[in-house]
Design a protein around this ligand. Sequence first.
Ligand SMILES: [Zn+2]
Length: 108
Amino acid sequence: MAKGKRTCIICGAKYSYCPNCGDGDKTETWRYLYDSELCNKIFDILSALAHDHIKKDEAKKRLEALNIPKGMKFNESVKEQIDAIMAFESKAKEDKPKRDPQIVKNED
Ligand SMILES: [Zn+2]
């Protein structure tokens, strides 16, 4: 029996982890869900965003800081979320209220 065989919920990688039989470090409990610490961190960011703990621009910053290797595989739904975050452009600059006196309505 293939005990401890798992599939990473982020990248879909097959790996084995079974702290009970010594296949894996008991302290690395994130290995229950992810094959690597990177996947763990990616999940934390996606989860924080999903629960509105962070904003999209913050999620993007954090994802960029992880230096995710190009060509890294992700589960489809995860990839969609990451793509959406990475495509996000901060609109901070455009949020400045523009008060153009010429467009003040001038109704007689
Ligand atoms: Zn993974």
